[in-house]
Design a protein around this ligand. Structure first.
Ligand SMILES: Nc1ncnc2c1ncn2[C@@H]1O[C@H](COP(=O)(O)OP(=O)(O)O)[C@@H](O)[C@H]1O
Ligand SMILES: [Mg+2]
Length: 373
């Protein structure tokens, strides 16, 4: 069991990323942390394996404070999967999966054979074993990341937006696989996502985070749908017909705003808009990432490198659904989802409010049709 007891995390610059978080993840259950970008999900998760230390409060794993004992020892029992899985490019797939086992001193032959078993478990064809990561599809890469985390058979798994970078069809397949795996393996899992559908599908319990790392509700999915605890939760799950219905509505008539966009060459000196975020693009207009005031200052006039830019989040491609529009807004660090045309060039941004307004229009129109019948 994982227990957060009044955990607060304040970063050195004063940002309170997690505010007095208390919750329990039962042994063998899967808890999802869900909420918009910047609400403290990753920070909360990283305190479990001590990649970060809480400012206040305590996290217990099976009754023992994780701060006791060695961090290395602690992490041995915790698998960790992230969005861009960070596979070693010069090692074959099977050796990537075996990484942790090899670090633990398991002999190569034994490690490979266990790695092949776990590959099979997560639905990776064994003929991929000798290939290199660059030749894999996005979905296969994520599976290798999951297999690598599972190889040492940890009791606890931390999964930070593991499926967010793959396209929706592959995402659904990976979600199904994870449910099947979890039904067999009964790991204690914390799974982070900004996607409410994903949270509802995967979670035994779902923790909804609001701004500044405040927990809004912690309950099984059915209860969150039936009795959202706050207005914020209600807005995330949707009022009448729910979030899922958004998939069937296209975003064509969504009013987008002009993007606060600047090409990389000019980004160090450009004025920041009121939102405090600049969308940095290549010279040809392809979005690269978001730049905020603090990072812009630290550039001292030089072009930003990858580390200065916050990741874009998912993008709304012209012709997408309202669901993708909401996804884009929720996954963007600036709260503004990036809209791109079919060439991948940024054409504008949208916020959660615009998606909500469009949804209200659609519903009003439907109600009018219904009333005339
Ligand atoms: N190293 C850091 N220093 C200062 N602020 C940080 C740092 N890492 C994250 N933050 C801030 O903490 C808040 C929570 O971030 P994070 O846990 O990454 O959120 P999420 O995973 O929900 O998107 C955000 O406001 C983010 O900008
Ligand atoms: Mg995160």
């Amino acid at each position: 069991m994982i227990e957060f007891n009044h955990v607060t995390k304040q970063y050195p610059d004063g940002t309170v990323a997690v505010d007095n978080l208390s919750l329990k993840v039962e042994k063998g259950s899967l808890t999802v942390f869900v909420g918009p970008s910047g609400c403290g999900k990753t920070t909360s998760m990283r305190m479990v394996n001590r990649m970060l230390e809480p400012t206040l409060g305590q996290i217990r794993l099976d009754g023992v404070d994780v701060a006791q004992g060695s961090a290395v020892e602690l992490r041995r029992g915790i698998g960790y999967v992230i969005q861009n899985v960070g596979l070693l490019p010069h090692r074959t797939v099977v050796d990537n999966v075996a990484t942790v086992l090899l670090l633990q001193g398991v002999h190569r032959k034994e490690a490979r054979s266990r790695a092949l078993d776990v590959m099979e478990r997560v639905g990776l064809p064994l003929e991929l074993a000798r290939r290199f990561p660059a030749s894999l599809s996005g979905g296969q890469e994520q599976r290798v990341g999951v297999a690598r985390a599972l190889a040492a058979d940890p009791q606890v798994m931390l999964m930070d937006e593991p499926f967010s970078a793959v396209d929706p069809l592959v995402r659904e397949e990976l979600q199904r696989e994870l449910r099947r795996l979890q039904a067999e393996l009964h790991k204690t899992i914390i799974f982070v996502t900004h996607d409410m559908d994903e949270a509802m599908l995967l979670g035994d319990r779902v923790a909804v985070f609001g701004g500044h790392g405040t927990l809004q509700q912690y309950a099984p999915p059915e209860e969150i749908l039936a009795r959202p605890a706050t207005e914020f939760v209600e807005s995330l799950v949707g009022r009448d017909r729910g979030y899922r219905a958004l998939s069937f509505l296209d975003a064509a008539e969504l009013s987008t705003r002009p993007a606060p966009v600047v090409s990389i060459a000019d980004s160090a000196t450009a004025d920041l808009p009121d939102s405090g975020w600049l969308l940095v693009t290549t010279q040809s207009g392809h979005p690269m990432g978001w730049l905020d005031a603090a990072h812009q200052r630290s550039l001292n006039g030089a072009e930003p490198g990858a580390e200065a830019l916050a990741p874009l989040g998912s993008q709304l491609i012209a012709g997408g659904s309202l669901r993708q529009a909401l996804d884009a807004a929720l996954s963007s660090p600036s709260g503004q989802g990036v809209v791109v045309n079919s060439d991948g060039v940024a054409t504008g941004v949208i916020g959660v409010d615009e998606v909500a307004a469009r949804l209200a229009q659609v519903r009003a129109a439907e109600a009018a049709v219904g009333a005339n019948r």
